[in-house]
Design a protein around this ligand. Sequence first.
Ligand code: PHE
Length: 482
Amino acid sequence: MILVPLRQTLIRSGLKYYSSALPKTIDIDGKTFKTDDSMTNVTPNTLALVGRNLHLNENHPVGILRTMIEEKLNSTSNNFKTYNNFKPVVSVYDNFDSLGFLPDHPGRAKTDTYYINKEFLLRTHTSAHEIPCFQRIKNFLSKDKNSNIPPEQLTDKTGFLISADVYRRDEIDRNHYPAFHQMEGACAWKRNPDDPQEHINKLRKDIKQLEDQLAQEKLKITLVSDDVSLEANPKQDYMSDLEVNLCSQHLKRSIELVVSEVFNQKIESMKLLQKNDSNYKCEIPTELKARWIRAYFPWTAPSWEIEVWWQNDWLELCGCGIVREDLLLRSGYEKDSSIAWAFGLGLDRIAMLLFDILDIRLFWSHDKRFQNQFQKGKITTFQPYSRYPGTSRDVSFWLPKGLTKKDINDNDVTEIVRGIGSDLVGSVKLVDVFTNTRNNQVSVSYRIFYQSMDRNITNSEINDLQQKVCEAIVEKYNVELR
Ligand code: PHE
């Protein structure tokens, strides 16, 4: 058992962030925010990711995928306006309250979300911008005399797409990173008070067009289930059964079109690989199984998720639903004036699959050997430039008497480790918890996997990091290392 003389070691190891007081203000994207002792939990490491804007880089996997989906959706009869430059700091109200998240929703917890202070946070999803975007497209829908939109640009249906970086405190492993990217999409139809059939006919025509387009896709989607029952997934009163039915068909077919495009691109790149490399063995699918399952989001009802069967597993791609009336009202729509759907799609997981990238950290690499492999508009298979071996180290400790595992949050521990090891931290996993029956003290162990994506790291470098990790955990929780 090692007892660490705390302060001295921390100062010696240069661990300023956790041992010194929080700065009074932090600057993000040119704006200054006051910090708040009880709420601020955003770390310099995570803030360093703000402004990288990988989704705007057309030669980066995330940017390539973003462009591909935008192009596909705009090849339909829909006219989506794109908003890809929203800044990541949003108010707690925009991220949660305005969308109907209840005050005790777990997503709001400090363990899951990066707070700047009581009022502001790093957005956890692109839905935080739905209301401002519904407000913007409203002008295109309304024949409002005060609107400065030229009459020829007015339509009775329109939509938007928002792509952006989003941030969540979470575990870290090959698929999880504190920042990732989402695309939000929405489409709205205006009801004509003088002709209640007008938007219905329009929707029918739009659906027919989508179905025709789907029929022409190279990769066919087979729906193995489609949960349409409204009993456990109730609809909103502001819409008729028929409207819900048509609106959800339009939503589902639009997403299926994207899915079919993306996976077809993947299949094409697999075929190319097979042609050029006789060692590449893999079964190339000729159709894609998908299913729509019931979901819950506070601002859509009914809601669904789509999953596709890929490499022997159901892969969840996207959450979506019919927009609730209160969200439209909050966006300034007149009561009963319009109906709408919305979806939110995670870009990184799909980009990893498309480009064969096995570790999400690679997306953030500054290494030219990574960055130079990708080209605008092209899906290519990533060639690892070399694999640098990694090493695991455990940190095991006794909790102070009276504390239980509940007092130690895994995401908090992960943040401490990342605060020290940054992108050299491949994963942090809880590996053991037990109680010593003699004195009731609880022991906890985490396994940290250290690996660089771009270079060899030496044992002494890892030992040094590990020592700092141990010290920081002791400092934070007052535990005793085992
Ligand atoms: N924002 C949701 C998420 O991150 C996805 C979503 C978007 C669901 C829009 C419904 C409508 O999980």
